[in-house]
Write a protein that binds this ligand. Structure first.
Ligand code: KIV
Ligand code: ZN
Length: 385
């Protein structure tokens, strides 16, 4: 089965989340956890962005011996030099070089012609290759670039020696079929495309980053980029824990594997949330507090009979606490009885009938029923004799 490489950019694109600023120590701790998680490539920062970024990349590169460490770089010689300064001691250094290709970026941001961009790609990829063993090239805003021109840019990057070609949907604009079509066209039209690894990099402005990444996997893309908890510019990047678990849970569909240690997912998510101050919403897929919690009586009854009735993966697989049957106004007698037993108050069916009626009255008044509430109900009943 083909292997999908996971490229984590939590420390670069993720740190670009408004309000996030990680110290070098925090970055090192996250990087070490990403290594434990089994990430293949860690984009540790943008060396030319600041001396602090360069130093953090250097420190991470010196510590991580099993994983490839990468720096972002514009198509500018001095950026590439800074990236090399940061990564020369890395076990597996990678340069990630990018330039915008879409009409709006060409005209307003770069003020460069199509030809000038092609020349820059040629010159800078060659320069990058003279230093780095692996050069990844990204066509920024590829999602809004004319397909003929995108093919020409990718062709140029491959001729100049790029090893990995990344196609970012920088502004999270595309629908899955459209994003997939770009990779289909590149594979049809660009000579020697099979000599490079194709990579997907999606943003979440329309909430489609994960599904777009998965659509790319279906076309033969071999690297997916994203961040833990989906943090990143604006609405963020593809949430890696979701991409990874979709590939694992639907292995029958994707026929692909990753080298991720899935049981490290929850720990990684919590660490990133703690250091970035970006809280994970309760109903977030895979790592949210409610991802394995069940409230309705029908669901709870199903779960007590066979967990697969309402769970497509176990919480243990991703390192989350065991499934929770939350007691609330939608809960059923079965779950209520089980919770009483767990709390050390086994009850006869007759007693359960009385207690359950009182529990439902309470649940109508209170949003959340705590263990203390349940114990108080039973103790009150015992007190009544
Ligand atoms: O979203 C994007 O286009 C990027 C590139 C710099 C790869 O993050
Ligand atoms: Zn990005």
């Amino acid at each position: 089965m083909d292997q999908i490489q996971i490229f984590d950019t939590t420390l670069r694109d993720g740190e670009q989340s408004p309000g996030v600023n990680l110290s070098t120590e925090e970055k090192i701790e996250i990087a070490l956890q990403l290594e434990r998680l089994g990430i293949d490539i860690i984009e540790a920062g943008f060396a030319a962005a600041s001396p602090g970024d360069l130093y953090s990349i250097q420190q991470i590169a010196n510590r991580l011996k099993e994983v490839s460490v990468c720096s972002l770089s514009r198509c500018v010689k001095s950026d590439i030099d800074k990236a090399w300064e940061a990564l020369r001691e890395a076990a597996y250094p990678r340069l990630h070089i990018f330039i915008s290709t879409s009409p709006i970026h060409r005209e307003y941001k770069l003020r460069m012609s199509k030809e000038q961009i092609l020349e820059s790609v040629d010159e800078m990829v060659r320069y990058g290759k003279s230093r780095f063993p692996i050069v990844q090239f990204s066509a920024e805003d590829a999602g809004r670039t004319e397909i003929d021109y995108l093919c020409a840019v990718v062709d140029q990057a491959i001729r100049a020696g790029a090893d990995v070609i990344n196609i970012p949907d920088t502004v999270g604009y595309l629908y899955p079929d459209e994003y997939a079509e770009i990779f289909i066209q590149l594979q049809k039209r660009v000579p020697n495309i099979d000599r490079v690894i194709l990579s997907a990099h999606c943003h979440d402005d329309l909430g489609m980053a994960v599904v777009n990444s998965l659509a790319a996997v279906r076309t033969g893309v071999r690297q997916i980029e994203g961040t833990i908890n989906g943090i990143g510019e604006r609405a963020g990047n593809a949430a890696l824990e979701e991409v990874i678990m979709a590939i694992k849970t639907r292995e029958d569909f994707f026929q692909k594997k990753t080298s991720i240690r899935h049981s490290e997912i929850a720990r990684t998510s919590r660490l990133v949330s703690k250091f970035t101050g970006m809280f994970v919403q309760k109903n977030k897929a895979i790592v949210g507090d409610n991802a394995f919690a069940h409230e309705s009586g029908i669901h709870q009854d199903g779960m007590l009979k066979n967990k697969e009735t309402y769970e497509i993966m176990t919480p243990e697989t991703v390192g989350m606490d065991e499934s929770l049957l939350v007691l609330g106004k939608h809960s059923g007698r079965h779950a209520f009885k089980k919770r009483l037993e767990e709390l050390g108050y086994p009850q006869s069916d007759e007693q359960i009938n009385v207690l359950f009626t009182r529990f439902k009255e309470l649940a109508d008044r209170k949003k959340e029923i705590t263990e203390e509430d349940i114990i108080a109900l039973v103790e009150e009943k015992i007190g009544e004799g």
